[in-house]
Design a protein around this ligand. Structure first.
Ligand code: ATP
Ligand code: MG
Length: 635
């Protein structure tokens, strides 16, 4: 296996040593980096499976993200914002504090109290960050809904959280079209009488209808005082509810607390990105996902970082848009997803090669296993072999990164396709069906053995489901639902979702192993596999492939691909059926929804597909299966 010793990273040997001696004391020492108006009396209250961190301590997320930076450096640039249509804005930390304070005061005049829920349904504009911090400032619980979701999904979520206020905009821009957000909200909340007000940001200035319940953002905040004291809240006070991506089933409403969560995010942001005052950071995730919460909002702001925020598609209005943004703002740290990287790769190397990417020094990835071939492309074509690839494994539920190379802490050695080792203070294991730790280099289920500070408090309003989903498979170990291997160097390799593991002729295969095998072929841009029952083998492998630009499907290519997978992985990995499609079914956060493939292949109900990005991908797959049935019927 390739090992990349790029010799980058700090050389702090004490941190890991301290964490392995006493992980609770270690996290206490990390929590010292935050502002606390009162210190905690108990570092961790652990009533399995409920963890409460820094009990008795009082702090405020908005104060840590803004006031502490403004006290030192009010004019530090917080956000370079760019809209898809080319509009730009620049906001300093002082600007943010003023806007957050005004909105927080406005929320108070609307009767918002500590613990009330507020739904935020906004495009990627600075007011999205401002809304979150205004909620946090007064102890309201924010619940962000990605601005691509439909009225039905919004209704379910607003109803689940019983939000009193919804913050939205007249519209948002994506791929050159106007998304009429306010109209969607109007449809979503019909008859939901507990919604008292809708605050509407005028962003795109398209005509919209207003009722007495609606308040225009500008009119509402214009008369407000530009300062609002941050309310010091219990460390365990809920900061937000956020729904998971819905890749493996119905999205789960994850509830996060304050002090523990902030500690986890503060420390990991420093360790992962080795953030410096001079950096220009760019995370391409939407704030509608946890990556945006932790590593667009709270992490960067608590460190006083300068970041680029972009509203729109990364390949619009030209496929080189992302590279243009990087050179325009001199981005030094890029954090994106394997799915976005595969799309950029599909466009070919000319675009990045003809852009000035010399400012980059660090490249991150999150969301799915990164195929080694994609890793190497990111490293070579984008990072010019200078920038380490920081592959971060984590979940909405974990609050922050759990497995990652940490250049901000230690010298890193990278293996393409592995997220490296667990962060200090987190104890992971790979176990078998019975929860028994298994030897290195064997496949098993990833579990987390001790509570960690970013750990979810529970699932919103459903402690029972929380216990069942994460704590019922194994006793006192958190079940992550991912299939993995730890190698002899202690590096973790994610093999895909535990639900999707294939059992072929007595062997267990993770989807990531097979998909990376296909993606290692020069013609393949993306791959998704699933298994369906097979009388002899146990399970048969079905593969869906998207080809790179410049390649066309043919029977010969199919044969080549089967041969390729046989030689790279082994004859056991030969697909029984292989289809070429133009797009894969993905969640709106860009993850492949394999459960949908499986359901369609077996003519079963598709389950909750509210987070599916594009219905057209399903039609294509249905057509492929229909064709197969016809062929079988004829033969
Ligand atoms: P749901 O829980 O609703 O099915 P989801 O698991 O996709 O959705 P998220 O919390 O957004 O929701 O994603 C977490 C999952 O993403 C992890 O469990 C893992 O499967 C995958 N993941 C995230 N980062 C990585 C990574 N660096 N390498 C491999 N897999 C990753
Ligand atoms: Mg999940």
């Amino acid at each position: 296996m390739d090992l990349y010793n790029i010799g980058l990273g700090n050389n702090d040997l004490k941190t890991r040593a301290a964490a392995s001696q006493d992980h609770i004391k270690f996290w206490e020492s990390q929590a010292e980096s935050l502002y606390w108006s009162e210190r905690w009396h108990t570092a961790l209250e652990w009533n399995p499976p409920f963890a409460r961190w820094f009990v008795g301590g009082k702090t405020n997320a908005s104060y840590n993200a803004l006031d502490r930076i403004v006290q030192k450096n009010p004019n530090k640039k917080a956000i370079f914002w760019e809209g898809e249509d080319g509009a730009t804005r620049v906001l300093t930390y002082k600007d943010l504090l003023v806007e957050v304070s005004k909105l927080a005061n406005a929320l108070k005049t609307l009767g918002v109290k500590k613990g009330d829920r507020i739904t935020v349904y906004l495009p990627m504009v600075p007011e999205l960050i401002i809304s979150l911090l205004a909620c946090a400032r007064i102890g309201a619980i924010h619940t962000v809904i990605f601005s691509g979701f439909s009225a039905k999904s919004i209704r379910d979520r607003v109803d689940d959280s019983k939000s009193k206020i919804i913050i939205t905009a007249d519209g948002g821009r994506r791929r050159g079209t106007l998304v009429k957000l306010k109209d969607v909200v109007d449809e979503a909340i019909q008859g939901l009488d507990f919604v008292e007000n809708v605050i509407v940001l005028e962003h795109t200035h398209n005509p919209i209808s207003f009722t007495a319940r609606d308040k225009k953002w500008n009119e509402l905040v214009s008369s407000m005082e530009p300062f609002c004291d941050a309310e010091m809240l219990d460390s365990t006070h809920p900061l937000y509810i956020l729904y998971t991506s819905g890749t493996t089933g119905k999205p789960k409403g994850v509830l996060h607390g304050t002090g523990g969560y902030l500690t986890h995010v503060f420390s990991t942001f420093q360790w992962i990105f080795d953030i410096k005052d001079s950096d220009v950071y760019f995370c391409t995730a939407d704030i509608g996902w946890v990556t945006g919460h932790s590593y667009v909002v709270y992490g960067p702001l608590m460190h006083g970082a300068t970041q680029v925020m972009y509203e729109g598609a990364l390949d619009y209005s030209t496929p080189a848009r992302i590279w243009e943004i990087i050179s325009r703002y001199g981005v030094t740290i890029l954090y994106t997803t394997p799915t976005a990287l595969r799309m950029f790769m599909k466009y070919g190397d000319d675009l990045p090669n003809s852009s000035d990417l010399s400012s980059l020094r660090l490249l991150g990835t999150v969301g799915e296993p990164i195929n080694p071939r994609v890793w190497k492309w990111y490293f070579t074509t984008i990072g010019k072999e200078r920038c380490p690839i920081i592959d971060t494994w984590w979940q909405t539920e974990t609050g922050g990164a759990m497995i990652s190379p940490l250049p901000g802490l230690e010298t890193i050695h990278l293996k393409p396709g592995s997220a490296s080792r667990p962060i200090p203070g987190v104890c992971l294991s790979i176990v078998d069906e019975n929860g028994k730790a298994i030897p290195d280099d064997s496949k098993g289920y990833l579990v987390i053995e001790n509570p960690w500070p970013g750990m979810l408090l529970t699932l919103w309003g459903d402690d029972e489901k929380y216990k069942t989903v994460y704590w019922s498979k194994y006793k006192n170990m958190y079940y992550a639902g991912d299939y993995a291997i730890r190698d002899k160097d202690g590096y973790i390799w994610m093999l895909g979702r535990a639900d999707d593991v294939l059992k072929v002729a007595g062997h267990r295969l993770g989807t990531a192993e097979l998909e990376s095998g296909f993606v290692s072929h020069k013609a393949v841009a993306e791959a998704a596999v699933c298994g369906i029952p097979h009388d002899v083998k146990g399970e048969a492998i079905i593969a869906f492939l998207v080809l790179k630009d410049g390649y066309t499907q043919s029977e010969q290519l199919k044969k080549d691909l089967v041969q390729h997978i046989r030689t790279t992985i082994g004859p056991i990995a030969s697909p029984d059926q292989l289809y070429f499609v133009t797009k894969l079914p993905k969640t709106r956060s860009g993850k492949i929804m394999r459960r949908l493939l499986k359901a369609l292949a077996q003519d079963e109900k598709t389950g909750d597909i509210s987070t599916l990005e594009d219905e057209a991908s399903v039609d294509e797959i249905k057509a492929a299966f229909a064709e197969l049935k016809q062929t079988l019927a004829k033969s």
